[in-house]
Design a protein around this ligand. Structure first.
Ligand code: HEM
Length: 381
């Protein structure tokens, strides 16, 4: 055999040994998995690449339970009882390298942002400074322009706020939350149009209330059925659809059945799976039923039982993440989406062009929908 042949053979041997090591490596080997997933990350990649990994993840967990190995070092763990541990506020677990793709490169320099940073101390400092900045005095033009404040901060705290950090703040202002908020609005409109009873009840509530145009936030948020519709749309169709990955810290993680997950393993929960936990959200978790967020009066549910059920659903719903790295834009996003949906259904009669129309959904972290053809008419009376 010539030298090239020997190298090829050696390379093939190394790759094969790596696969075998990945497959047999204790203790992840005690977790169920799709066969190829334990060998390489290619299985994970191709599932995401196909555009609906949320469906695959849900199927896997319905078959194998709440802990499934989906990569040589990756455990999908959509177990609502572990949310406070994996996304702990007291002792935050670091984000995995997956978040690096969200960094930006400005003039050849890689810039981390609030979302992608893996250093929790940096993150806490940046969050506090941003709060101080946005809560500060108004600039000379009287509009409290963000750039003015950032430049001011650069002057006052040059050791922390340098040119790159200013760019990071500006970029976050523009890109953060636009896809996800659009996805939430589309989901609410689509599901309402697909369910005539929901459409009628929502319109009745909105049109029976003397809302301003556009509605004030304090008006929109106090409408119980609108609130139930929005919560349910985001529960069934959360705007983020991959695992929110974290790295298991030094002491590892012991699961309820006694299985051990070692330090350094990547674990995470997919909001599309957690939000379909029927033990928390009730029967038919794939269905859009805003009523699940309201008191079940017909079944004799008293207020105390309702409050307990409601807060359990609220704390389990992973649409906006959980813990110290949960969404910072949640409230602004809810303000936008509640107001838009309320304005639409108060002032217009809307219907799907064809009632049996099915939208196209693609999940590539953000979950986007394509084409919702509707007929929209201004309200007559
Ligand atoms: C329906 C709309 C939205 C959804 C579903 C959503 C979802 C999420 C999720 C799941 C996370 C946590 C990611 C993780 O733990 O890996 C997150 C983080 C974040 N979101 Fe949102 N988001 C929305 C709107 C917004 C808006 C409007 C903004 C900004 C104005 C925003 C800014 C951020 C930021 C800065 C983070 C990083 C927080 C941190 O690491 O401290 N989001 N979002």
């Amino acid at each position: 055999m010539d030298v090239v042949g020997k190298f090829v053979l050696l390379g093939a041997n190394l790759i094969l040994s790596r696969f075998i090591w990945n497959y047999l490596r204790p203790p992840l080997k005690s977790f169920p998995e799709p066969f190829n997933a334990k060998l390489t990350n290619l299985w994970r990649l191709q599932v995401v690449f196909k555009g609906r990994c949320d469906i695959t993840h849900n199927e896997l967990h319905r078959r194998h339970g709440p802990a499934v190995c989906i990569g040589p070092n990756v455990l999908s763990l959509p177990d609502s009882t572990l949310i406070n541990q994996v996304y702990s506020t007291r002792d935050p677990w670091a984000k995995s390298d997956m978040y690096n793709v969200n960094d930006s490169v400005v003039s050849g320099v890689r810039i981390k942002n609030l979302f992608s940073h893996q250093d929790e101390q940096w993150h806490t400092n940046a969050e506090q400074y941003q709060e101080r900045l946005t809560g500060g005095e108004q600039s000379q033009n009287g509009y409290g322009d963000f750039l003015d404040r950032y430049i001011e901060a650069k002057g006052k705290m040059p050791d922390i706020v340098d040119e790159n950090v200013v760019q990071m703040y500006l970029l976050s202002n523009i890109v953060a939350g636009s896809d996800t908020t659009a996805s939430a609005i589309c989901a609410a409109v689509y599901y309402v149009l697909k369910n005539t009873a929901v459409y009628n009840r929502l319109q009745e509530e909105l049109r029976g209330t003397n809302l301003s145009t556009p509605p004030q936030w304090k008006e929109a948020r106090s409408l119980p059925y609108l609130d139930a519709v929005m919560r349910e749309a985001m529960r069934v169709h959360p705007g983020v659809g991959l695992l929110l990955e974290r790295i298991v810290p030094r002491d590892g993680l012991t699961l309820s059945g006694g299985r051990f997950v070692p330090e350094g393993t990547i674990v995470g929960m997919n909001p599309w799976v957690v939000n379909r936990d029927s033990t928390v959200f009730g029967s038919e978790p794939d269905s859009f039923k805003p009523e699940r967020w309201l008191p079940a009066e017909a079944e004799g549910e008293d207020d105390e039982a309702y409050q307990t059920r409601f807060s359990k659903m609220k704390s389990t719903d992973l649409t906006f993440g959980a813990g110290p790295r949960a969404c910072l834009g949640r409230h602004i996003s809810q303000l936008e989406s509640y107001k838009i949906v309320a304005t639409l259904f108060t002032n217009f009669d809307v219907e799907l062009k064809t009632p049996d129309y099915e939208w196209e959904v693609t999940n590539s972290w953000f979950v986007r929908q394509k084409n919702i053809p509707v007929i929209i008419k201004e309200r007559k009376s």
